[in-house]
Design a protein around this ligand. Structure first.
Ligand code: NAD
Length: 302
């Protein structure tokens, strides 16, 4: 039984795996090398960097388990794995608090110009008069996707005394002080919109040009889910025209965001951005590592 870790795991999780008695290898193999090596691998462990595509799965003659240390499965061809009888495991919920905290950080940074103020000061500029912002207090936030992260965000924003709306086709009611509404209501009534859905065929460009047209003037948009959920061309136009007051982005349709559209987007002064660090905390990685190792060891014993 060979377990190959292709994207780095937390140190303590790695040590547990190494001491498990199985043949454990750890090295990031790029696609071509991974395709060559995959016939000798029983369990492939990845985070988000490795794209486990259909051809890799097809070449995995001995592959039994794909373990994704994290939540989103958009980097794994789950359908292909299912077809080949390969089990896909992940760690839902393990990094939710970290992502929720980052989303709220981006929200406050957008509303209060924290990043712009920092940059201006570092450039020797005192832009106090230009940086008047907004409170979150008593304003309306719309959460798109009311799963683990969406609920953690709601819990925290209720403490800011916000009116919280949520849209999720699979959630009809909640015991939280949150109004479950349709997507149009989110677009029309929210001062802040924060996205917490997986990237699927249904959610690709869910926040489109038409969606921006429905939104309130001066809305703040946060995306710490997946880049593809927002049409970033439409976002650029909405930001440049002032329709959208500011956007806080942890994820991009192209990562790293080095192409023309993303560069243009990042140059806008009302964009606050982080390099996909939603789950990058010591605590989340420890939790994710522990859970994925538990799950792997449980599965291989079956
Ligand atoms: P989750 O599965 O608990 O919640 C996702 C929710 O989205 C579910 O309740 C689901 O019903 C809902 N949903 C599905 N399709 C929808 C649609 N069309 N419209 C509205 N809602 C829809 O997952 P989670 O742990 O809350 O994570 C959400 C997403 O956040 C992940 O899929 C991942 O893409 C992203 N994420 C990002 C980071 C980061 O580093 N920035 C880290 C972890 C997760």
């Amino acid at each position: 039984m060979r377990i190959h870790v292709n994207d780095p795991l937390d140190k303590s999780a790695m040590e547990r795996l190494m001491n498990s008695g199985y043949n454990v290898t750890s090295e990031h193999l790029e696609k071509d090398e991974l395709i060559k090596e995959i016939p000798n691998i029983d369990v492939l462990v990845v985070r988000s960097a490795t794209k486990v595509t259909a051809d890799i799965i097809e070449a995995g003659k001995n592959l039994k388990i794909i373990a994704r240390a994290g939540t989103g499965l958009d980097n794994v061809d789950v359908e292909k794995a299912k077809e080949k009888g390969i089990k896909v495991i992940n760690t839902p919920g393990a990094n939710g608090i970290s992502v929720a905290e980052l989303a709220i950080g981006l929200m406050i940074s957008c509303a209060r110009h924290i990043a712009k103020g920092t940059m201006d000061l570092k450039n020797g500029e005192w832009t106090k008069k230009q940086l008047k912002g907004h409170e979150l207090y008593k304003r309306t936030v719309g959460i798109i996707g009311f799963g683990n992260i969406g609920r953690e965000v709601a819990k925290r924003l209720l403490a800011f005394d916000m009116r919280v709306l949520a849209y999720d086709p699979f959630v009809k009611e909640t015991d939280m002080n949150v109004e479950i509404v349709d997507l149009d209501t989110i677009f029309k009534e929210s001062d802040f919109i924060t996205i917490h859905v997986p990237l699927t065929n249904e959610t690709k460009h869910l926040v489109s040009k038409e969606a921006f047209e429905k939104m309130k003037d001066g809305v703040i948009l946060i995306n710490a889910a997946r880049g593809g959920v927002v049409d970033e061309e439409a976002l650029y136009n909405a930001l440049a025209s002032g329709k959208v007051y500011a956007a806080g982005l942890d994820v991009f349709e192209v990562e790293p965001p080095t192409d023309e559209l993303r560069k243009k987007l990042l140059e806008l002064p009302n964009v606050v951005a982080t390099p996909h660090i939603g789950a990058s905390t010591v605590e989340a990685q420890l939790r994710v590592g522990q859970i994925i190792v538990d799950k792997i060891l449980e599965e291989v014993k079956k």
